[in-house]
Design a protein around this ligand. Structure first.
Ligand code: SF4
Length: 419
């Protein structure tokens, strides 16, 4: 994708060199357009009613067949390549360690989140199974075929974790249960643990308990927006979407009670208009509750209601990425850090040599998410290039090398300590 300069000199891939940040006032989503009646609720796909046959590759100049969970799931391009269902090579990655599965229906997700490629307002433009999400296509595959492939060699599988992503749909709760059962009936969840990326809007506390009882290991809530005001603007009333901050917190707190310490967490997107202080306040709150935060760098997803807005400047992203790691894994507290008048981190609250060692370790700059089998602080969910192009990586899906770390230090404005 080419870079577009916006008014504050920051490009859509975040290549600002200055001390930039995405301010609330600059990050207003577009209003969703009205979808013609005949194109709502997946009508095009349901009227054509083409039977699905095997793997469906999106945007391949064929009519989208009628596919539904739990028989069908979608998966990231990286997961499809790792399973051998799609050809191709990823930049500097052999595989992904997380099998991300997404529930699928012709009606798609009934929410309208402003930053999301799956949002309902796209109905007129693109069938659900053809929509880009976190920068990539999501092929649709029969669930039975997914389980067949992994069950053939569980011990030798590249995957350290499987994750079921719910969407906002009336069948989402029961179909998540069916997909989880289909997995655990043939694959030991001790060998490849399962995470649930939940949709609190349709869930009850009883649903949370059921998923735990059926063998789910970690439960996460995609808060995405770091403050109630930003949540409402990007996922609630601001874009005719049904989500409510308080409902998300109700299910998040239920997950804490049901799944227990270190087994629940929340997704936060950085750069949608929150200050760095606000984002890190949320990170600290999650740690104090016993959970973790999983972070994403805002990227203007093509076709979304925020696709005209700038990606998060790299300096803002790196500061929050590093500070989040310190709070989540190095025992540093928000109160030890200092912030400037615009809420930007100005001091990380650690002696320079200690901070230096953590930067050099590089893990702080890797993709964050549920852990895999390497280390507690290394996410199985590596989402290659889900929040940036490979030319200007935000979340590293691999261990950053010395050249990467030099670039990261430049973005942070922290030179190498010589001594
Ligand atoms: S609920 Fe999730 S999948 Fe649906 S539009 Fe919002 S972010 Fe996208």
């Amino acid at each position: 994708m080419s870079c577009i300069k916006n008014t504050n000199g920051i490009t859509t891939d975040g290549t600002s060199d200055g001390l930039g940040f995405n301010a609330f006032s600059a990050m207003q989503p577009r209003a969703p357009a009205r979808t013609p009646q005949g194109l709502r609720n997946g009508r095009r796909v349901k009227d054509a009613d083409l039977p699905a046959a095997g793997v469906y590759l999106p945007n391949n100049n064929v009519l989208t067949p009628h596919m539904r969970s739990p028989e069908y799931v979608q998966m990231s391009t990286a997961a499809a390549m790792t399973l051998g269902l799609m050809p191709g090579k990823m930049h500097r990655c052999d595989c992904t360690r997380c099998l991300n599965l997404l529930l699928t229906y012709p009606e798609g997700c009934r929410a309208n989140c402003a930053y999301c490629g799956l949002a309902r307002h796209r109905e007129a433009e693109r069938d659900y199974a053809d929509r880009n999400f976190i920068r990539v296509d999501w092929p649709a595959v029969p669930m039975e075929q997914v389980v067949d492939i992994v069950a053939r060699d569980v011990a030798g599988s590249a995957f350290h974790r499987m994750c079921i992503s719910m969407i906002t749909h009336p069948r989402s709760d029961q179909d998540t249960v069916s997909v989880l059962r289909a997995w655990t009936s043939r694959i030991d969840p001790e060998a490849i643990p399962v995470s649930i990326l939940s949709n609190p809007t349709t869930m009850t506390v009883e649903d949370v308990r059921r998923l735990k009882d059926l063998g789910a290991d970690i439960f996460t809530v995609a808060l995405d927006a770091a403050t109630p005001g930003l949540f409402d603007r990007t996922r609630g009333k601001g874009v005719q979407s049904p989500h409510k901050w308080d409902k998300y917190w109700e299910i998040l707190l239920a997950a804490r009670d049901v799944f227990g310490p270190q087994k629940f967490g929340a997704h936060i997107i950085i750069g949608m208009g929150e200050t760095e202080y606000e984002a890190l306040q949320l990170v600290q709150r999650l740690v104090d509750l016993g959970g973790h935060s999983h972070m994403f760098c805002f990227f203007p997803e093509q076709g979304s209601l925020m696709d005209h807005l700038p990606a998060t400047p790299r300096d803002q992203w790196r500061r929050v990425q590093l500070a989040r790691y310190l709070i989540d894994y190095a025992g540093v507290r928000l109160g030890q850090m200092t912030f400037d008048e615009q809420g930007r981190v100005s001091d990380y609250g650690l002696p320079a040599a200690e901070l230096d060692a953590i930067i050099n370790d590089g893990v702080a700059f890797r993709t964050s998410g549920c852990p895999g089998k390497f280390r507690e602080d290394v996410s199985a969910c590596d989402r290659p290039y889900g929040d940036s192009p490979p030319s200007n990586i935000a979340s590293f899906p691999f261990q950053p090398n010395r050249t990467d770390l030099r670039k990261i230090r430049r973005q942070l404005g922290i030179p190498v300590v010589r001594g």
